[in-house]
Design a binder for this molecule. Structure first.
Ligand SMILES: Cc1cc2nc3c(=O)[nH]c(=O)nc-3n(C[C@H](O)[C@H](O)[C@H](O)COP(=O)(O)OP(=O)(O)OC[C@H]3O[C@@H](n4cnc5c(N)ncnc54)[C@H](O)[C@@H]3O)c2cc1C
Length: 485
């Protein structure tokens, strides 16, 4: 008999949401273990650098979880309320609001509270375990293994289902042996290298395009944050989470273009120094930030893994590459996926069937709720990454109508299919290229959303579906890549 019904590998943000969701949907009848390499006193830390994150998430996603699994987030894990996110064009002439009202979290505090709650629900924890892989019985995953850092002894525990919530660097996914459907490795160009500071400051020049206590600000700029963006997220009137993300090959291209040798760290420093609304900034030494005030980590910006289950194994959160491709927001999809997964696991345990086919419904449920749009957004992100600052500014100013802004605010790909048609005059070859690019990604997005609506209902149809997806995506990626040449 297995030691547990469910082992959750990785007790970070996603792992603990999922644990609570399973507990909720099984009426606390499942035996659940959460395993993490952190100590009991530093739960949820991503790496030695801390709980590196922009800390922003939408109210809508938190409500999605709270409504279903009856878990509320309040203070102190919510540090500050915001009215939305505002993305500024490089020339700052256009600002697009998206995501609606939301919260700035304290990522160091949140897991402490999550773990307390989990324990009250009867969920077990094992700390300081460095997981290295899965245990198999034939084609079925039946447990996890690694090293207990406390005793330096091997660690092995068995379960009916293992949930991989170990984040973007997941060793379990990388070494997965019982599936040809699950993608194991990520393309380097789908990773952003990102870093941020959490700081107190004195007010400088009042400039709501540089700091706004009510809005999370995003700066699109290929010189400041090539292939990514800079952000200034308020944690209080005088406290900020400020950072940026870049794509490494585009950073190299930018360095060559400008004759510079910047890296993420130097860019972060420059980005802070150039902000005139923030004066005399100092890293926060509050107890709830002290181990977390400066750091760099990676985040994926692609569609979720093409298949997220195999026999006895399921992935969720960053290990499944869930952060949204255009803004790297991973908390929202983690809240949604973790909640959904709780229900899927309850069903599988109830049916006493943890085969790939039984767990398959999770692929479908996540796509229905969220995943249908991510491939189109991945393509859109690739297009924007190829654009110059002039093109981004022009595109945001002239091509974004109210409807597009609305769809962006809902996290959907805007529909540019009518661009240039209805008597619209687009001057200049460069701007025609932008219009062509946007029209193209809109068209492809429509196809991709349709294709995801037809995600196979069971594993048998997957290979055919996936082949078609990759053919279409490969062609689209090549076309968008050529756009920047
Ligand atoms: C700089 C930056 C800024 C970001 N900003 C935002 C933002 O503003 N809003 C937003 O929504 N998202 C943001 N994201 C993304 C967001 O932080 C992630 O989506 C989120 O943390 C994912 O949670 P997770 O639990 O899936 O993974 P993680 O937070 O990485 O947690 C993984 C857990 O697994 C454990 N673990 C890993 N490997 C092992 C192992 N081998 N053995 C045992 N345990 C292991 C870790 O200790 C950790 O506890 C940002 C990311 C970065 C890097």
């Amino acid at each position: 008999m297995a030691d547990y019904d469910v082992i959750i590998a990785g007790g970070g943000l996603t792992g603990t949401i999922t644990a609570q969701a399973i507990s909720h949907y099984t009426n606390q009848n499942a035996k659940i273990l959460v395993v993490d390499r952190n100590t009991e006193f530093m739960p949820g830390r991503k790496s030695l650098a801390g709980w590196v994150c922009g800390d922003a998430c939408s109210k809508e996603a938190v409500d999605f979880m709270s409504d279903r699994i009856k878990v509320q987030w309040t203070k102190p894990e919510i540090e500050h309320d915001v009215k939305g996110v505002m993305a500024f064009s490089p020339d700052k002439e256009t600002a697009i609001p998206f995501d609606g009202a939301g919260y700035m979290l304290n990522r160091q505090k949140l897991p402490e509270i999550q773990n307390e709650r989990c324990k009250k629900m009867g969920i077990d924890f094992e700390y300081e375990i460095n997981l290295t892989g899965l245990i198999y019985d034939g084609q079925q995953v039946v447990g996890v293994q690694g090293v207990d850092n406390k005793s330096k002894q091997p660690f092995k525990k068995t379960a009916k289902i293992v949930i991989d919530a170990t984040g973007v660097t997941s060793m379990l996914r990388n070494g997965l042996q019982n599936s040809t459907k699950v993608e194991k490795r990520i393309d380097r160009r789908d990773l952003e290298s990102t870093g941020r500071y959490i700081m107190y400051f004195e007010p400088g020049q009042k400039d709501l395009t540089e700091f706004d206590p009510d809005y999370c600000i995003i700066h699109l700029d290929q010189d400041i944050a090539p292939g990514g963006y800079g952000w200034v997220f308020p944690k209080a009137e005088n406290k900020v989470n400020i950072g940026l993300g870049v794509e490494k090959s585009l950073l190299e291209r930018r360095n060559n273009r400008l004759g510079k040798k910047d890296n993420v760290e130097s860019l972060m420093k420059e980005y802070l120094d150039r902000n005139t609304a923030i004066k005399n900034a100092k890293l926060s030494e509050d107890p709830e930030d002290i181990n977390n005030n400066s750091g760099i980590f990676q985040v994926s910006v692609r569609r979720q893994n093409d298949c997220m289950v195999s026999g006895g194994y399921i992935m969720v959160g960053d290990s499944a590459w869930m952060p949204k491709p255009i803004d790297a927001g991973g908390i929202g999809p983690a809240l949604i996926a973790g909640t959904i997964l709780g229900n899927n696991i309850a069903q599988a345990l109830q049916a006493n069937d943890v085969s790939e086919a039984s767990l398959w419904q999770y692929n479908l449920d996540f796509i229905k709720e969220y995943g249908y749009k991510t491939a189109g957004l991945e393509l859109f992100r690739r297009l924007v990454q190829q654009m110059s600052n002039e093109q981004i500014s022009y595109g945001m100013k002239h091509f974004l109508g109210n409807l597009d802004v609305e769809s962006i605010s809902k996290g959907e790909h805007p529909d540019f299919s009518g661009l240039g048609k209805i008597g619209m005059i687009i001057r200049g070859a460069m701007n025609k290229t932008v219009a062509d690019g946007l029209r193209y990604t809109s068209k492809e997005n429509q196809w991709l959303v349709g294709h995801y609506e037809n995600y196979p209902k069971d594993p048998a149809g997957f290979d055919e579906w996936n082949k078609t997806l990759h053919q279409r995506l490969d062609a689209a990626f090549a076309k968008v890549e050529a756009f920047g040449k």
